[in-house]
Design a protein around this ligand. Structure first.
Ligand SMILES: Cc1ncc(COP(=O)(O)O)c(C=O)c1O
Length: 433
């Protein structure tokens, strides 16, 4: 790896041993060495501060080091960090299940707790397939998902993501073939979905969708009508609907859950990321009564066969409960409205920059889409420029986006948006004409 600065000892040693995510370890720029985080700021070992426009992969919705979450985790650590959830129980996990059942819409009343977003989606897929098995329809195994979707990096979730995604294409040989369709956002694609289902629904278990925004696949938006159409189509063909709200759940798009904007209640909902306010690894797969009841019988083989070692981890569940408290006691959704209005207004100047093909915002998410980022060195260049300007913004592909913590101040947010306008302008000036 290249670049140099006066790294602390832990960094110098560790960089020779750690294997970083999505990183070409031979020549990628070195990661920033972080000393601490606070509010919407990342404090580097060399003393510089970065305003965070990414919220640590969209998790830190309350900002960093919120005292309420810290206190809850410390108090739980004192009592019991973890106890296995098979044959034993713990208060934070049971309380979290009760609270998520109350908070999520409709009869999403059963909560299976796991340790990461990808695993929560794997669990959703397994639930869907075993649901049909238990109902006497073992042929209903296939999963339908959509182009540009992203549901994780495990083998099962890669199979329902976009096969052309650079992150997943090397592993095509490992994956079970699933059905990836164009998202039915217009008349033609709706007809295509209908036609496909007319002939194939009988072999399909479920449809999986990231509602309103397909995130890691390119921050692509669709409207509530599309979510409604998919829901109606699932009902018509008796398919289960799995909504993956790992990125958008907990307020990011302006409502607690994105599906509420479309007035749709899925059969299964997956949650993670902001679940613990960005403090601990935790995820939840929330199933409706109908799904749960299909697993009840006198036969042990009908029960759900899944049990991650750390399911129901008391420490992480305490963090999640504290995070839910903050949604009740602090004005998160109002903050999202404020961020939404500012992103919408302040990213407008990007529209007139040569090479910008789209500027779009939804809730506390702002996206500037470039015609072509250029090569990987251009991406490194643009990322480095943001750090030089005191901002943590991490474009990928041809997408520059902001997803700040909800507690970000107006001034900090304006610094982020001004910097996006400035650096996208400089990127445009460097482009060969
Ligand atoms: C919509 C969506 N689903 C699933 C995942 C996978 O979550 P994790 O990285 O925690 O496995 C992500 C992560 O970005 C995501 O955005």
């Amino acid at each position: 790896m290249s670049d140099s600065f006066h790294e602390p000892e832990w960094f110098r040693e560790g960089i020779r041993h750690i294997w970083l995510p999505y990183t070409q370890m031979q020549n990628s720029p070195l990661p920033q060495a972080v000393k601490a985080v606070q509010g919407s700021r990342i404090i580097l070992e060399d003393g510089r501060e970065l305003i965070d426009g990414v919220a640590s992969w969209w998790t830190a919705c309350h900002g960093y080091n919120h005292p309420h979450i810290k206190e809850a985790v410390a108090a739980q650590l004192d009592k019991m960090p973890h106890v296995m959830l098979a044959g034993l129980s713990n208060e934070p996990a049971f309380t979290l299940a009760t609270r998520l059942a109350a908070l999520t819409p409709g009869d999403l009343n059963r909560v299976f707790i796991s340790e990461s977003g990808s695993v929560s989606v794997e669990i959703a897929l397994k639930l869907a397939v075993q649901y049909w098995l238990n109902r006497g329809r073992p042929e209903r195994q296939k999963i339908i998902a959509f182009k540009n979707g992203y549901h994780g990096d495990t083998i099962g979730t890669m199979a329902i993501g976009d096969s052309e995604n650079i992150m997943h294409s090397p592993f095509a040989g490992l994956m079970h073939h699933q059905q990836i369709l164009d998202i039915p956002a217009d008349e033609k694609t709706r007809q295509d979905v209908e036609l496909f289902l007319e002939y194939n629904a009988g072999e399909c278990a479920a449809v999986v969708l990231e509602p309103l925004v397909q995130g890691a696949g390119g921050m692509i938006f669709h409207d509530t009508e599309t979510v409604k159409f998919i829901n109606d189509t699932c009902k018509k063909h008796d398919l289960l609907l799995i909504l993956d709200e790992i990125m958008v759940g907990f307020g990011r798009l302006g409502s607690m859950f994105a599906c509420q904007q479309a007035d749709v209640v899925p059969d299964i909902l997956t949650l993670s990321k902001s679940l613990t306010g960005g403090t601990m690894a935790l995820a939840a797969t929330v199933a409706s009564d109908r799904i749960f009841e299909a697993f009840l019988s006198d036969d042990i083989e009908d029960c759900f066969m899944h049990g991650p070692t750390y399911t129901g981890n008391a420490l992480a569940c305490a963090a999640a409960n504290a995070s839910l408290d903050l949604f009740e006691t602090e004005p998160r959704l109002e903050q999202v409205q404020n961020i939404a209005a500012k992103l919408k207004a302040e990213l407008v100047p990007c529209r007139s920059i040569k090479g910008v093909v789209d500027v779009r915002t939804m809730g506390a998410l702002g996206v500037v889409e470039l015609d072509d980022m250029g090569d990987v060195d251009d991406m490194y260049w643009i990322r480095k420029k943001f750090v030089e300007e005191g901002c943590w913004v991490r474009p990928f592909g041809n997408i520059v986006y902001l997803m700040p913590p909800f507690v970000i101040s107006d001034e900090e947010l304006s610094t982020l948006t001004d910097t996006v306008v400035k650096i996208v302008g400089e990127w445009s000036d460097r482009k060969p004409s």
